[in-house]
Design a protein around this ligand. Structure first.
Ligand SMILES: Cc1cc2nc3c(=O)[nH]c(=O)nc-3n(C[C@H](O)[C@H](O)[C@H](O)COP(=O)(O)OP(=O)(O)OC[C@H]3O[C@@H](n4cnc5c(N)ncnc54)[C@H](O)[C@@H]3O)c2cc1C
Ligand SMILES: NC(=O)c1ccc[n+]([C@@H]2O[C@H](COP(=O)([O-])OP(=O)(O)OC[C@H]3O[C@@H](n4cnc5c(N)ncnc54)[C@H](O)[C@@H]3O)[C@@H](O)[C@H]2O)c1
Length: 462
């Protein structure tokens, strides 16, 4: 066996946390190598967040065309060209690839395409995509291998060759009738986009509502939105089996509270959650333990059960968001520099990029009730945020939970530009400021953020 090549740090997986730790350590003078099996930079820029938001925005443009006369814009015949929609997305992805390449070059981290696996406590083998293997060793190993779309063991599902988000974001034709399995983040964003391009779309969810983790008023509002956009919704559904092939004809055999039923479509998109990429990686050879869900077991500093090995992002069971993977990187980076940073109790903001967006941070009403936490509720329809009237985008509401001592416990925005409203509220929450700190701001008129002044002016007294 050849002597392994010596590095200061090896990074397996070039997702958000992986690439940032590689760039950071290399820029500090360490000899670093990052191993990636698919695409430089991981899921976000290539097949997940950014490509999906690119497609969602093309769908927004299509919705403006549909609504043109409402804005006084009279147009002739128009059509959606999915080839061109995909070309715009691909152009963006190519541009992001260039940014990543430049960052690896600038920071001096080596990048290699291949599958990385552990062969011992400090050793890694790379099965090179180009053929052959390399043996590497380092005192520090960082695992950031992400997750993939879950395919449940439903009879016929795998055989139906369903689309995952990856193939859905590469569609160059419009499905006649897209069946979307799962009414969570991926299902909601892509179902609405494909519907706006002109497909018939049905969302099938096993829980009684779409966005089932949200407060009932929020999931009801999402459901109403989908109804208004002409998306069919089937909830409380159990799929017993699937026949046919996605792209031609698929048949779902469903059990519903009303009895059994068969649903037919031309395409099937699976959006039923994520499975961590932790298999066949020799984790046991290095003493890296996994949890029953298959995630790498880490402590609040993202240290695995093996000394000198860290895991970050989706594979470590961190909330599955790019901004959280980035924070995992910051946690590890700062602790390597001697800090004592923990992932416990950190803020986990989220934004679902439906149109309008659904943004949330902190406690929901349901969670507050379950935990017996006292709160006052303030709620404001988006119609009262005057900017929405100028945009003809008045759907939705803002709501916040206020503690007896005036701290903000949680904030939800369902409305146009909702994601952009989060940081101001987060800043107050992170610094234990009372809601009055936002209420008393002078905010430019007419902006969406002005709605925060109205929202926090309506807090009921204790
Ligand atoms: C359709 C979709 C849209 C999303 N939109 C958003 C959004 O808008 N905002 C948001 O915050 N989050 C979003 N997410 C979630 C977000 O994409 C993930 O949470 C994030 O990408 C996770 O990053 P990560 O650092 O864990 O690794 P990833 O980005 O998953 O990267 C891991 C990398 O490791 C590679 N890899 C795996 N195993 C090996 C191995 N053994 N050897 C070498 N390489 C390996 C993989 O090929 C991959 O490139 C979205 C997800 C999906 C599916
Ligand atoms: N905008 C964003 O930040 C964004 C966008 C996309 C994805 N993500 C991340 O990626 C993760 C994965 O997204 P996702 O949509 O795949 O998962 P999800 O957990 O958000 O939603 C999956 C949905 O599928 C349902 N489901 C599961 N099995 C089913 C079955 N057999 N039949 C019918 N319904 C079923 C679940 O009840 C759930 O509602 C998210 O949790 C999120 O963290 C984030």
């Amino acid at each position: 066996m050849s002597t392994p090549e010596q590095y200061d740090a090896i990074v397996i997986g070039s997702g958000e946390a992986g690439k940032f730790i590689a760039w950071h350590l290399a820029s500090q003078g360490s000899r670093v190598i990052a191993i990636e099996k698919d695409a430089m930079g991981g899921a976000c820029p290539n097949v997940a967040c950014l490509p999906s938001k690119n497609i969602v925005h093309s769908a927004k443009v299509a919705s403006y065309f549909q609504r043109g006369s409402e804005f006084g814009i009279v147009h002739g015949d128009w059509r959606v060209d999915m080839d061109a929609v995909r070309a715009r997305k691909r152009k963006m992805v190519d541009g992001l690839h260039e940014v990543h390449q430049n960052n690896f070059k600038k920071n001096g981290a080596e990048f290699v395409m291949g599958f990385g696996s552990l062969t011992g406590p400090k050793t890694v083998q790379v099965d090179l995509n180009a053929g052959g293997t390399r043996a590497l060793t380092a005192d520090k190993i960082f695992i950031d291998t992400g997750s993939r779309a879950t395919l449940d063991p439903i009879p016929g599902l795998r055989e139906s060759r369903p689309l995952t988000h990856i193939e859905a974001l590469e569609l160059d034709i419009l499905p006649d009738h897209l069946l979307v399995l799962g009414g969570g983040y991926v299902g909601l964003e892509l179902a609405q986009a494909i519907r706006r391009f002109g497909s018939r779309v049905t969302v099938i969810e096993r829980n009684p509502t779409l966005a089932h983790r949200e407060d009932p008023d929020v999931s009801e509002a999402i459901q109403q939105l989908f109804h208004d956009e002409g998306i069919d919704i089937i909830t409380s559904a159990t799929i017993s089996s699937i026949e046919g092939i996605s792209g031609a004809n698929v048949k779902l055999h469903l059990t519903l509270p009303t009895g059994s039923s068969i649903l037919e479509g031309t395409h099937l998109l699976v959006a039923t959650g994520r499975t961590p990429n932790t298999q066949n990686m020799g984790l046991e050879l290095a003493g890296v333990q996994t949890t029953p869900s298959g995630h790498i077991q880490v402590n609040d500093r993202l240290e695995t059960t093996a000394p000198g090995i860290w895991a970050m992002g989706d594979c470590a069971g961190s909330p599955h968001f790019t901004h959280i993977s980035f924070d995992d990187f910051r946690t590890v980076r700062d602790n390597l520099a001697g800090a004592n940073r923990s992932t416990t109790n950190r803020q986990v903001p989220s934004c679902t990029f439906t149109d309008p967006e659904l943004a949330h941070v902190g406690l929901s009403e349901t969670e507050a009730r379950q935990q017996g936490i006292a709160y006052r509720l303030t709620r404001l329809p988006m119609l009262a945020v005057l900017r929405t009237r100028t945009l003809s985008e008045t759907r939705g509401f803002l709501k916040a939970l206020i503690a007896p001592d005036d701290r903000i416990l949680g904030f939800t925005a369902f409305g146009t530009g909702a994601g952009e409203l989060l940081p101001a509220v987060q800043l107050a929450m992170a610094n234990n400021l009372p809601y009055t700190a936002i209420r008393n701001l002078i905010i430019s008129h007419p902006t969406l953020a002005e709605g925060l002044v109205s929202l926090f002016s309506a807090v009921p007294p204790n």
